[in-house]
Design a protein around this ligand. Structure first.
Ligand code: SAM
Ligand code: SF4
Ligand code: SF4
Length: 378
């Protein structure tokens, strides 16, 4: 057997030069990129640390006690994050998602939520404000987050069987505590709740049906996520990907499903509803979703931008380098200057990694410089 080689490269070093347009770009809420994609969804990573070590994201061999996580001073303050979010909103962002690492590890996160919840679109509408979490601290924090203005949560959960779940999180964390967190989030009204399950062949694919059965009819939307070749440390191989088509077929053998319309343009998940005995969607049984970024790329509608905890902007999950906004923020740039740079960054974007994946040279597909999911947050 050949040993798995896990490169140890710090992808955070190199930054792209932030464009400073000579003719300022004033935000009009409708900036588009080179493929005419609007900017709608801002994902904000608030920490690169996590209390789990999911093998597909933060394998223990790499993210060990010697790993150099970002020092606190390198991370954007809540005020800096809110200021950038406000300028992104002026360009068209309508949805904010807090993520990490594990976002609930960031101290006083509810204070950030409170600031972000006050932001309004140019038309005066509130934003869609949500958070993705592993659920480990959710029971304790759900109420404070809701009170601060968080609308809903997505919880990652890779199985119901305790032994499988502990193996998946590789931190010996019990599944019951995450289920308690989900119950608390539901009780305080942080819904509709989504549950994300990354399916890895041979690791947790036996949990597909138990998960579907558990969440069917609860108002919680279970989404099956294809295991992605993101980052450079998880030793990804196609053999471990369970294509969504296969997951769908497996669920359909047990529970009849009917396809549903996409809820919004750029929505990553394909939706399927549980059917009634007449083959029609039964809303009381709810729906499931499939995020198929490996087998069915959805770059065409990709309207997502990502902000790392240290203030770098990434235009694609598979990017190697980001734009260092922190330098602008801390260098005394005005709102107009930062907004102008954000506009230029987006206007110049042409990323579509997943669509090109198969035709890319191996060096690019296996580049050790690609950002990690735990750094950028998904
Ligand atoms: N720690 C939080 C959590 O797990 O929900 C937020 C950050 S985590 C990086 C965001 C999402 O990325 C999770 O739903 C996780 O399952 C997913 N993810 C991480 N690595 C992945 C991979 N290689 N393929 C597919 N999804 C992945
Ligand atoms: Fe942590 Fe989320 Fe990555 Fe799992 S997927 S290691 S919970 S950041
Ligand atoms: Fe968007 Fe990049 Fe994912 Fe394509 S590969 S959907 S451009 S983040």
């Amino acid at each position: 057997m050949t040993a798995r080689v896990i490169p140890l490269v710090d992808q955070r070093i190199a930054a792209l030069a932030v464009p400073l347009p000579r003719v300022p770009i004033h935000p009009d809420g409708h900036v588009t990129d080179r493929l005419r994609r609007p900017l709608r969804d801002l994902r904000i990573s608030v920490t690169d640390r996590c209390n789990f070590r999911c093998g597909y994201c933060m394998p223990k061999e790499v993210f060990n006690p010697a790993y150099a996580f970002l020092p606190h001073a390198a991370m954007l303050t809540f005020e800096e994050i809110t200021r950038l979010a406000r300028l992104f909103v002026a360009h068209g962002v309508r949805k904010l998602r807090l993520t990490g690492g594990e976002p609930l590890l960031r101290k006083n996160l509810e204070r950030l939520v409170e600031q972000l919840a006050k932001l309004r679109t140019p038309d005066g509408a509130p934003l869609d404000l949500t958070l993705t979490t592993n659920g480990s601290l959710l029971k304790r924090k759900a109420r404070a987050l809701r009170d601060a203005g968080l609308q809903r949560v997505t919880v990652s959960l890779d199985g119901l069987d305790d032994a499988v779940f502990r193996r998946m999180n590789d931190a010996d964390f019990p599944v019951a505590d995450v289920l308690d967190g989900i119950a608390e989030a539901q009780a305080v009204g942080l819904g509709p709740i989504k549950v994300n399950m990354v399916v890895k062949r041979g690791s947790n694919d036996d949990q597909i049906i138990p998960m579907a059965r558990h969440f069917r009819g609860t108002g919680i939307v279970l989404r099956f996520i294809e295991y992605m070749d993101v980052g450079a440390t998880n030793g990804w191989c196609m053999d471990e990907v369970v294509p969504s088509a296969e997951v769908l077929a497996r669920v359909q053998r047990v529970f009849p499903l009917v396809p549903l319309e996409a809820s919004a343009p750029g929505e990553t998940a394909q939706r399927w509803g549980y059917a009634d005995p007449h083959g029609r969607h039964d809303p009381s049984l709810g729906e499931i979703g499939f995020v198929s970024s490996v087998t069915q790329a959805f770059c065409r509608d990709c309207n997502r931008v990502r902000l790392s905890a240290e203030g770098k902007v990434y235009l694609c999950l598979f990017a190697e380098r980001g734009y260092d906004l922190r330098a602008l923020l801390r260098g005394g740039a005005s709102d107009e200057e930062i907004a102008s740079s954000l506009g230029a960054i987006w206007q110049n974007r042409s990323d579509r990694y997943s669509e090109l994946r198969a035709s890319l040279p191996t060096e690019q597909r296996t580049s050790a410089r690609r950002i990690e999911m735990s750094y950028i947050g998904g």
